[in-house]
Design a protein around this ligand. Structure first.
Ligand code: ADE
Length: 241
């Protein structure tokens, strides 16, 4: 593993990790796109990049469109061996999920693309992209639960979203994962998901309030998990030399 690329939507999700590794911003790298690049290099030569979606109208760009643009621009310019989509998500009390718990993704799909028609259209709409084959080993060795990421364009959850999530075994609800995986599938780049829970979609709480209250704790949990994951990946690349 010589070149690792994190794709992260929000600055708040990435900042604790950026600070922990002392990663420097490469200003203007993606101009005129809004995406932001932070890069560093380890002693063994492995490069670590963190790409953020950037901002519009004074707020961080979230959602599939911004994630697709950032992922495409970053893979084309940086040629990573592995993309890691790290971010926060909703999860389910009924699955015994907890706030600030970290999961590794074992699958990824869209939950709000309802396209009638034959199997081909339905299959395309749901996505169901592959995750990196090393994902399970990371979860087992570092002790994280695994779950299927499902992605939609809204923070709230409509009954039809829940139906698709439940019918397809979804456990981690986000707004970018499947878009990042879609671009990775087009460019033959493996993807690992590291997700931390800010809110429980089935506990009756108001989602945005719960998300805002827990964003900092969940982002610190992402920092801790990603430090461990990077150490693990660096050892892997050492042992492959
Ligand atoms: N990110 C964090 N919580 C989320 C939720 N409930 N839905 C979509 N994206 C999220």
């Amino acid at each position: 593993m010589q070149n690792i690329l994190y794709v992260v939507a929000m600055q708040a999700e990435a900042q604790p990790f950026i600070d922990a590794f002392g990663i420097e911003e490469q200003e203007g790298f993606f101009a005129p796109l809004p995406c932001r690049l932070y890069s560093t290099e380890f002693e063994n030569g492995t490069k670590l990049h963190v790409v953020l979606n950037g901002q519009q109208h004074g707020s961080d760009l979230v959602g599939c469109e911004a994630a697709s643009v950032a992922t495409l621009a970053a893979i084309e310019r940086l040629h990573p061996d592995l993309v890691i989509n790290s971010g926060t998500c909703g999860a389910f009390e009924s699955n015994d999920a907890h706030i600030a718990e970290v999961y590794i993704g074992n699958g990824v799909m869209f939950h709000d693309r309802r396209v009638p028609g034959d199997d081909e259209w339905g299959t395309q709409a749901l996505g169901n992209y592959n995750v990196w084959e090393g994902s399970e080993a990371i979860a087992l060795e570092l002790g994280y639960r695994m779950g299927k990421v499902t992605t939609g364009s809204s923070l709230d959850m409509q009954p039809c979203d829940l139906q698709i999530i439940k019918d397809n075994g979804g456990e981690l609800k986000d707004m970018e994962g499947a878009a990042v995986a879609f671009v990775c599938s087009l460019l033959n780049t493996p993807i690992l998901f590291v997700k931390s829970v800010t809110d429980l979609c089935d506990n009756g709480a108001e989602t945005f309030e719960e998300f805002s209250k827990n964003l900092s704790a969940a982002s610190q949990a992402l920092r801790d998990a990603n430090k461990r994951i990077i150490c693990h990946l660096l050892h892997l690349s050492e042992s492959n030399r």
